[in-house]
Ligand binder design. Structure first.
Ligand SMILES: NC(=O)C1=CN([C@@H]2O[C@H](COP(=O)(O)OP(=O)(O)OC[C@H]3O[C@@H](n4cnc5c(N)ncnc54)[C@H](OP(=O)(O)O)[C@@H]3O)[C@@H](O)[C@H]2O)C=CC1
Ligand SMILES: N[C@@H](CC=O)C(=O)O
Ligand code: NA
Length: 367
């Protein structure tokens, strides 16, 4: 039987980003009737919804159907079997989790012709071998791999950097604020004017409630989220960074909380250590400056840095608002004035946008 003009979609992960993505997918399916967009699988960590005959799952009620479901998720090899047997024109896996196990399985999905879109950083900042396997599997099978939201949420960071590299520009340095959570925390806790909002721990709780943090906020505060993003960008410009542990990263986790058993325990005990961050803030204030959490990649020296720095209050980095990120790309073509991209770097809607835009690219490809 000939393949139908239909794109079958499996979604894993229906949290903050997953829910926003579903809403955007519903609008997209209504706007673009061809090819037909069919949600044929949706899962969280414990539940799933799918039909053996690939009958579409209604997009408007998918979350409610998932929470009422008694079906267990398919194992990843069975999910790949299910997707390739569907006889659709295209099959796409949307990974809205931060699971390393799922990331490790990307090459096996891609090899079987299943395209992938994800906001997760895990696959691209894991081992360098995994990075190579993903892109060679994609090149061999022709299945697409899009991960725009893995850096800067919906901001066009991955696509811009790939365009710079692919068109032959020479990127010499990348620097900026790479974390929506860290940006929000310091912009509220140590603003350029006024005394700042609440205590450090209260701002951290707010960042989590706003959906900016990783599922476990320690992954933001220990600097690993920024280190992962810099690993991804460094690899795109051709540096063979083995892992985010290959360079120094400043953690903002108090030493006493390094062994906290869970993210919840960490958040509950963080108020005991508010004085530490107050002291860091006060030290910068004595010099008339503010602290911000920044990163940089020097391509020539291969030096990658992640951590706190003091900034003049009038500097563009100090003046960022909300969860804004700022990325400065220094290249041969752009000379002394870098190409700068700035805007919200976290949050469900803007992150889902980067996922939806990847899906649109896949469904727009002719083959
Ligand atoms: N929030 C943001 O601003 C941004 C997020 N991202 C990335 O987007 C991804 C999702 O983030 P977010 O939505 O905020 O996280 P949430 O914690 O809100 O949601 C995660 C979802 O993934 C599910 N999940 C986790 N592990 C598995 C698994 N092994 N199998 C199946 N489902 C699983 C969870 O299910 P359950 O509820 O059952 O545990 C939950 O539905 C992350 O990779 C994050 O790094 C990227 C850019 C910005
Ligand atoms: N936790 C991350 C989410 C986006 O990548 C951040 O705060 O930047
Ligand atoms: Na992005």
């Amino acid at each position: 039987m000939a393949a139908t003009r239909q794109v079958n979609i499996a979604i894993i992960g229906a949290g903050g980003v997953g829910k926003c993505f579903l809403a955007q997918l519903e609008q997209l399916a209504a706007r673009r009737p061809t090819p037909k967009i069919v949600l044929c699988y949706i899962a969280s960590s414990k539940k799933a919804v799918y039909n053996a005959d690939y009958a579409p799952i209604a997009l408007s009620s998918a979350i409610a159907t998932l929470s009422a479901s008694s079906q267990a998720p398919l194992g990843l090899p069975s999910l790949a079997d299910y997707l390739v047997s569907s006889n659709a024109h295209k099959a796409v896996l949307i990974d809205n989790t931060s699971s390393q196990d799922i990331a490790d399985a990307y090459p096996s999905f891609l090899r079987r012709g299943i395209s992938i879109v994800t906001p997760s950083k895990k696959a691209f900042s894991g081992s360098y071998q995994l990075w190579q396997d993903i892109f060679s599997a994609s090149a061999e099978s022709g299945a697409s791999m899009y991960h725009e939201s893995s850096v800067g949420a919906g901001l066009p960071i991955i696509s811009t950097l790939r365009d710079l590299v692919d068109t032959g520009d020479e990127v010499t340095k990348i620097e900026g604020v790479f974390s929506g959570t860290m940006s929000f925390l310091f912009n509220s806790f140590a603003p350029t004017s006024g005394t700042g909002g609440g205590k450090w721990s209260a701002e951290v709780a707010k960042a989590k409630a706003l959906g900016y943090t990783e599922p476990d906020p320690r992954d933001d505060l220990n600097g690993m989220d920024v280190a992962r993003k810099l690993t991804i960008l460094a690899r795109i410009v051709g540096l063979e960074v083995e892992s985010p542990a290959s360079f120094p990263v400043q953690s903002l986790i108090p030493a006493e909380l390094e062994s906290a058993a869970s993210g919840d325990e960490f958040l509950a005990r963080l108020p005991e250590f508010d004085a530490q961050m107050e002291a860091t803030k006060a030290e910068a204030e004595k010099e008339g400056k503010v602290i911000r959490y920044v990163g940089s990649i020097d391509v020539a020296t291969k030096e990658i840095k992640v951590g706190l720095q003091k900034f003049d209050r009038a500097s563009p980095i100090a003046g960022l608002k909300g969860s804004d990120n700022i990325f400065s790309f220094y290249t041969k073509r752009y000379g002394a004035n870098p190409l700068i991209i700035q805007g919200a770097g976290a949050g469900g809607e803007v992150t889902a946008m980067g996922v939806t835009s990847g899906l649109i690219k896949i469904i727009s490809h002719q083959s």
